[in-house]
Design a protein around this ligand. Structure first.
Ligand SMILES: N[C@@H](CCC(=O)N[C@@H](CS)C(=O)NCC(=O)O)C(=O)O
Length: 209
């Protein structure tokens, strides 16, 4: 069985939802963001100490949310969670890696600026810069999307689940709704899926709030 390590309200929510959408048997180990003891224990599983982390039945340890999604979609050929058309697949992988690099990474910088710069005053400026960078990355993506019901057309794909989860992180939904209406519309549509809705409600609380 797969084991997914995650923390409540973190990036593991998207992987958890996708594993459930695919009907994969998975044991989920989750803890609160503030639970330092849980993070320390987790370091014995992955020295990288970041979630999501997926452990395969043979003990293989996998990190990187985008890699997990790329790995998952190829395990279930024919599923609509990966678009069928070649050009839509190109965009699927483009935006998957784009969000991981250009949005998830700045969020990590905002969360842990001391990892990047020692000076306390500079950390505040770095956090502001990281948030601004994530915002401009969202806006670039928004400008290039067609504005269909979901990000890549009329069918929900794994990319929608990833984007819906990430759009709950800083700069968060009210900002997203104002500046990225196409992405927000797709995220709201994605969260109507009963499996996504249940997993995201567990992680993020009342989705309408
Ligand atoms: N590149 C990683 C980023 C994962 C990441 O930053 N996860 C956050 C939670 S959402 C985390 O584990 N933060 C704790 C830390 O970095 O110490 C991925 O895409 O999976």
């Amino acid at each position: 069985m797969l084991t997914l390590y995650g923390c409540n309200g973190c990036g593991s929510a998207a992987i958890e939802a996708l594993l459930r959408l695919y009907g994969e048997e998975v044991a989920c180990t989750r803890w609160d963001w503030e639970d330092e003891a849980a993070w320390s224990n987790f370091a014995t599983v992955s020295a990288q100490r970041q979630v999501p982390t997926l452990v395969l039945p043979d003990g293989t340890v996998m990190t990187e949310s985008a890699a997990m999604i790329a790995w998952l979609v190829q395990r279930f050929p024919g599923s609509t969670l990966l678009p069928a058309a070649d050009s839509a697949r190109a965009l699927f992988y483009r935006w998957l890696v784009y969000m991981s690099v250009n949005i998830y990474t700045p969020i990590g910088i905002k969360d842990f600026p001391a990892r990047w710069i020692a000076d306390a005053a500079a950390q505040e400026a770095l956090q502001a810069g990281a948030i601004a960078r994530a915002q401009s990355a969202w806006q670039l993506m928004e400008a290039e999307l067609a504005g269909t019901a979901f990000l890549l057309g009329d069918t929900m794909t794994a990319l929608d689940v990833y984007a819906a989860m990430m759009s709950r992180f800083t700069p968060k939904r009210p900002w997203m709704a104002r500046h990225c209406p196409k992405i927000t519309k797709a995220a709201l549509e994605t969260e109507k899926n009963p499996v996504v809705n249940e997993v995201f409600t567990f992680h993020f609380g009342d989705l309408d709030a």
